[in-house]
Design a binder for this molecule. Structure first.
Ligand code: GLU
Length: 293
């Protein structure tokens, strides 16, 4: 099977990858390669731009477990022009508004009786020019930019979760400090690099309606989504460094591959061999509980 599209893995270089992240990368690679797609690597360093050594270790670990990618790994910090162009376009279309709210303002704002939990309450959406000017003076800091959305929810289709409907509020596309927001960067990067298949941890499923909404607004097709179960520790919390030996350096390649393959129900011990057996329909839907040895 061949395709002109691409899948990708997009690690944030905030810490070494743990076995759960590696398993997600293996799945993203299997989904892409089994459908004839290219596989791209993107370092999501907008928030962690100083941690280049972590990014290098992440890429080395991915290569060590047999993950291959097409072309060099890219970095979000190289894409500022691409993001700014999209922000400009949205602004010209009247689809952005300046927001002066702090997190606290948002938490304390009065809400409409049926406003969805966690949604931006609309405080700055319809400010007059004079109000905006006075907010700017009061706060003394540059505003964030939010998208003026015309829906409150949006439905995406996910291979593993079926139809998923989630909140779409007037979300931030550029923060007050000038850095573009994750939701915008992901959509713009995926579209610019031909990514049409997004496989990632299911902690990001609730972000996908916002991203898919923005993608269609920008005229991009919705990617195929597969949000895969996270790896948990034996207390049911998300696996983390403090749980013990969880990184590739600590576990070792053969043991890590054995663990990942077992968790997916494969006898294979390499990603190439897993590819021969890969069947998305057979993926376990429950989280994988990992007990560091
Ligand atoms: N950078 C995100 C993470 O490491 C993943 C983003 C994505 O796959 O869309 O959790």
């Amino acid at each position: 099977m061949t395709s002109t599209g691409a899948g990708r893995f997009a690690p944030s270089p905030s810490a070494d990858l743990h076995i759960g992240n590696l398993r997600t990368a293996v799945l993203a690679w299997l989904f892409a390669r089994s459908t004839g797609r290219r596989f791209l690597m993107r370092v999501e360093d907008l928030d962690d731009r100083t941690f280049t050594d972590i990014a290098e270790r992440q890429l080395a670990d991915l290569a060590a477990i047999g993950i291959t990618w097409d072309g060099p790994a890219t970095r979000q910090t190289e894409h500022a022009q691409r993001y700014n162009a999209v922000v400009d376009t949205l602004r010209e279309q009247g689809l952005l508004f300046e927001c002066f709210c702090t997190r606290r303002d948002i938490a304390q704002a009065p809400r409409a009786p049926h406003a969805p939990e966690g949604a931006y309450p609309g405080t700055c959406r319809d400010l007059t020019d004079a109000e905006r000017e006075s907010r700017r003076e009061e706060t003394g800091r540059p505003p964030a930019l939010r998208l003026r959305t015309d829906v409150t929810k949006y439905t995406v289709h996910d291979i593993l979760h079926g139809d998923y409907t989630g909140l779409v509020d007037d979300f931030v596309v550029r923060r007050g400090d000038g850095v573009v927001a994750y939701n915008l960067a992901v959509v713009v990067d995926d579209a610019a690099s031909g990514v049409d298949q997004v496989v990632r941890g299911d902690d990001l499923l609730p972000s996908s309606p916002r991203q898919a909404y923005l993608a269609q607004l920008l005229g991009h097709p919705e990617p195929v989504y597969a949000h895969v179960p996270l790896v948990l520790n034996d207390e049911g919390a998300r696996l983390a460094k403090r749980d013990g030996a969880v990184t590739l350096t600590e576990i070792g390649v053969p043991e890590a591959m054995a663990q990942i393959a077992d968790s997916l129900g494969y006898r294979a011990r390499s990603v190439e061999q897993m590819l021969d057996e890969f069947d998305p329909a057979r993926l376990p839907s429950a989280p994988w509980v990992y007990r560091p040895g």
